[in-house]
Write a protein that binds this ligand. Structure first.
Ligand SMILES: Cc1cc2nc3c(=O)[nH]c(=O)nc-3n(C[C@H](O)[C@H](O)[C@H](O)COP(=O)(O)OP(=O)(O)OC[C@H]3O[C@@H](n4cnc5c(N)ncnc54)[C@H](O)[C@@H]3O)c2cc1C
Length: 437
């Protein structure tokens, strides 16, 4: 089969590919959207688990995800209905932790830090001084610095209660290996952005309903051809445009947005752009493990998201009360980012360690009503290549390796770590570049 009708092929229907397809379609391009999976969404999709629909992993958005929120609105998915918004709160089960009051982002941060009663006042002042210095330096630093090196002057208490959890949540890379510059970029967008930029936005519906399903429906209503289960095997260069080959046939198109994983993009482009392919395939990855537990005696948590003290014996950094977020009742999602050491120990060991961690964190706290013997394991998932390891001065593949072809995805060179917002921004940029060329 060969069709001339499709003008631009978008390969990969993750959030980057969907963003690109929507932008191309809105500009009047005819879009062919292919994905080797049978549903859109990529790493941010929902999957059936028995009679439950669980996300591929719990996702957190923040108010600074400007382009993601705009894209949701564009395809008819209301962030106001699908996301639970609250000022940034990193509360621990014992009630300690940073809670920002509502208000303009920077002022709210300053007031939140000053009001952080469980943190010694000297440490609060040290944090405010350090944050002011970062601001005065325009949130720029030596690109070779790790987060740990950047924060050398900060007290251990601030590192443990704030910087390390924020770093692993945003970059999925431990502070001693993570890029300080990328973390500073995220902090700048959150703290110096418009009001609400630092807000936490927690999904109150499966990820599928946030973007993948509404975007696909929007695209199909406008004539996009959707081919699920179609793995692109080869790309062949034509005198004008590209030929996209799958096991079922081939399509000649004028342009391509390559929005698949970095590894697959490297494989497809190795014959055409070997240096680019080498850079894409050299990326290293960090896993994320999610453990879902059901506590029959569960009582609503004081916050839908709690921070947890993580260390070599305690894997999870965050817990989510899914019932409070419109999900299955009495069910908790525990997230382990930067999970390489735990994946190496195996999932049964990891689940047992999470259960011990919660039993300790909730011990003597009647508000959590936790009896480990009654708690059931619902599911555990390890995404081994959850995100690229966001290390200092990392060389990421460019968006424009060849004429008529743009690459999109959270791995493409840019200021953001591997996030939904990074994926969406790169998808929009790839589409716009093709449209203007
Ligand atoms: C467990 C977990 C937790 C996360 N938590 C957060 C979070 O809290 N906040 C946040 O912002 N981000 C989070 N992320 C990261 C976020 O999910 C990703 O950054 C984002 O989904 C990447 O989108 P993408 O479109 O770039 O890539 P992908 O989602 O990987 O999409 C690529 C698509 O290409 C398809 N494909 C690959 N090869 C081919 C081929 N040859 N032919 C056709 N199709 C192909 C794949 O099937 C896939 O659908 C998390 C990720 C994971 C895994």
């Amino acid at each position: 089969m060969s069709t001339q009708a499709a003008r631009v092929a978008v390969i990969g229907a993750g959030w980057a590919g969907l963003a690109a397809a929507v932008e191309l379609c809105a500009a009047g391009r005819q879009v062919l959207l292919l994905d080797m999976a049978h549903q859109p969404g990529g790493r941010a999709r929902s999957l059936a688990q028995g009679d439950l629909l669980l996300d591929n992993g719990q996702h957190i958005l923040i108010g600074a995800y400007r382009d993601t929120l705009a894209l949701m609105r564009r395809v008819g998915a209301s962030p106001e209905h699908l996301l639970h918004r609250s000022p940034l709160t990193l509360r621990y089960p014992d009630g300690s932790g940073l809670v920002l009051p509502p208000g303009p982002a920077l002022l709210s941060f300053a007031r939140g830090v000053l009001g952080w009663r469980t943190m010694p006042w000297r440490d609060r002042v040290a944090l405010l001084l350090q944050a002011s210095r970062w601001g005065l330096q325009g949130f720029r630093c030596d690109p070779s610095l790790t987060v740990q090196a950047l924060c050398r002057g900060l007290p251990a208490s601030v590192m443990q209660a704030l910087i390390e959890p924020l770093c692993v949540a945003a970059l999925n890379t431990p502070a001693d290996q993570a890029s300080a510059q990328v973390l500073l970029t995220v902090l700048k967008d959150a703290l110096f952005g418009p009001r609400g930029s630092a807000d936490l936005l927690l999904p109150t519906a499966p990820l599928q309903a946030l973007l993948p399903d509404p975007a696909l429906a929007w695209l199909q209503q406008r004539g996009t051809e959707w081919r699920p289960g179609a793995r692109v095997q080869q790309l062949h260069r034509l005198a004008e445009g590209w030929q996209v080959r799958t096991d079922e046939g081939q399509d000649d198109v004028q342009g391509v947005v390559l929005a698949c994983s970095a590894n697959e993009a490297g494989r497809l482009l190795a014959p055409h752009a070997p240096d680019w392919a080498e850079t894409a395939q050299a990326l290293r990855y960090e896993p994320i493990v999610t453990v879902w537990l059901r506590n029959p005696a569960h009582r609503a948590w004081p916050e839908p998201m709690l921070a947890l003290q993580a260390d070599a014996q305690a894997p999870a950094q965050f817990g989510f009360d899914l019932g409070a977020l419109g999900g299955p009742a009495n069910t908790l999602a525990l997230v382990i980012s930067g999970a390489a050491p735990w994946v190496a120990q195996g999932l049964p060991t990891t689940v047992a360690a999470v259960r011990r961690q919660l039993a300790q964190a909730f011990a003597g706290r009647s508000e959590f009503d936790w009896d480990d013997a009654q708690v059931e394991l619902v599911a555990v998932r390890a995404e081994k290549r959850a995100t690229f390891a966001c290390t200092p001065a990392l060389q990421r593949p460019s968006a424009d390796p060849l004429p008529g072809l743009r690459v999109a995805g959270d791995h493409v060179a840019g200021p953001y770590p591997a996030t939904l917002e990074g994926a969406v921004r790169s998808g929009l940029a790839a589409a716009r570049a093709l449209i203007t060329s």
